[in-house]
Design a protein around this ligand. Structure first.
Ligand SMILES: *Cc1c(COP(=O)(O)O)cnc(C)c1O
Length: 384
């Protein structure tokens, strides 16, 4: 039996239509977009066409799109660049983030605290991982350099009220960043409607290539670059642009956003069926994250007193590739930081399982998975 992939929140396969459009830029069209000659001009034209297409799909201007090497780099540029600009320009030294940020934001905020003495404050989240916009009003200070709240959480699927939080930050002129790396595959990304100043995406989460991302930077927001050298990307990110990967990112984003409804509708029906069956057939199981305001392809559970990492390896041996939470390797026994922030005790938080669906997922895949899941959970409980 072929193994079944149920880990689309970790990464997705490349859309063959996207691959086809990338190929010429690995070979014949190899020019450096910064070169003045014809080879360079042709590469630059592909680069700028990709920037215009992505800007149109994000509902922003081409000059507000910065290409990066991954979602993590976009998050780093937003956090570091935004916080350090706030410090330099107005002495702002306060950062507000949620406790359930992806490590690319969470660890970067910690670095900013440890190396630059920023005061990092964590917004409370409810038991489903939602940030209450009203709380943001209370926590904003005159010295707030940046607010960052994850759009759709990778571990629990919850979708935050980004537009409302953004409106609150906009009213007081504090830059607002959201990590939409997980959201971009399955939620509409319109930076104007979302009221964001900074927004991160990464192509491999929406059927594009690995190793390329983008950051939306709303006009008028200044960032201190962390990669210096040439004047590529409006001076915000030095380094010769990776033209084939950028072409792939912009095409994959276009397909994801224009095919959003069909993709989401089918996956959401499978998701809801999977959630209700798991809760039915496995005792002492709970859904994590919001039951409705969650990614349409995302399910996540905790099983009381089960060893989540062991469960993932049992499922893998049975032919099903899932995750215990984030894409991090197993063998890290600490209970999930995100599940702890939601209020789960260690007895529950160590037994996390994330099952995420994708375009190729079928009902038969899920039926086979549901047949073996209860037995695997039982074994994973004996181990813990
Ligand atoms: C995957 C992911 C990232 C990191 O993106 P990379 O392109 O793998 O660096 C950041 N944030 C979220 C929410 C993610 O899911």
């Amino acid at each position: 039996m072929n193994p079944v992939y149920l880990d689309y929140a970790a990464t997705t396969p490349l859309d063959s239509r996207v691959l086809e459009e990338m190929i010429p830029y690995f070979s014949d069209e190899f020019g450096n977009p910064s070169s003045a000659h014809l080879f360079g001009q042709r590469a630059e034209s592909a680069l700028e066409k990709s920037r215009r297409s992505l800007a149109e799909d994000l509902n922003c201007l081409p000059g507000e799109v910065i290409f990066t090497s991954c979602g993590s780099e976009s998050d780093n540029l937003a956090l570091r660049g935004g916080a350090l600009a706030g410090l330099e320009h107005h002495g702002a030294d306060h950062i507000l983030i949620s406790p359930i940020e992806h490590p690319a934001v969470y660890q970067t905020a910690r670095e900013l605290h440890e190396r630059h003495n920023f005061d990092v404050e964590y917004l409370p989240v409810d038991s489903r991982g939602m940030v209450d916009p009203q709380v943001v009003i209370e926590r904003l200070r005159p010295g707030t350099a940046l607010v960052s709240v994850i759009h759709a959480n990778n571990e629990i699927g919850t979708i935050n009220p980004i537009s409302e939080i953004g409106a609150i930050c906009r009213a007081v002129g504090v830059p607002f960043h959201t990590d939409s790396v997980q959201g971009a595959a399955h939620t509409p990304i319109d930076v104007y409607q979302l009221n964001v100043d900074l927004l991160s995406i990464g192509a491999h989460k929406f059927y594009g290539p690995k190793g390329v991302g983008a950051l939306y930077v709303r006009g008028g927001n200044s960032l201190i670059p962390h990669l210096t050298g040439g004047s590529q990307e409006f001076g915000l990110r030095a380094g010769t642009e990776n033209v084939p990967l950028i072409v792939g990112l912009s095409r994959a984003f276009h397909f994801a956003q224009s095919e959003l409804e069909e993709r989401s509708k089918r996956l959401q029906a499978l998701r809801d069926e999977l959630i209700s069956t798991v809760l039915d057939v496995v005792p002492d199981a709970e859904l994590t994250g919001h039951p409705q305001k969650r990614l349409p392809n995302h399910t996540s559970f905790v099983f009381r007193e089960a060893d989540g990492n062991f469960l993932v390896s049992l499922l893998d041996s049975a032919g099903y590739a899932c995750s215990s939470g984030s894409a991090c390797k197993t063998g890290k026994p600490a209970p999930s930081r995100v599940l702890r922030a939601l209020g789960f005790s260690p007895a529950w938080a160590s037994g996390g399982l994330r099952v995420t669906l994708g375009i190729p997922t079928t009902l038969e895949d899920l039926e086979g998975f549901l047949d073996i899941l209860p037995g695997c959970v039982e074994k994973a409980r004996k181990r813990s």
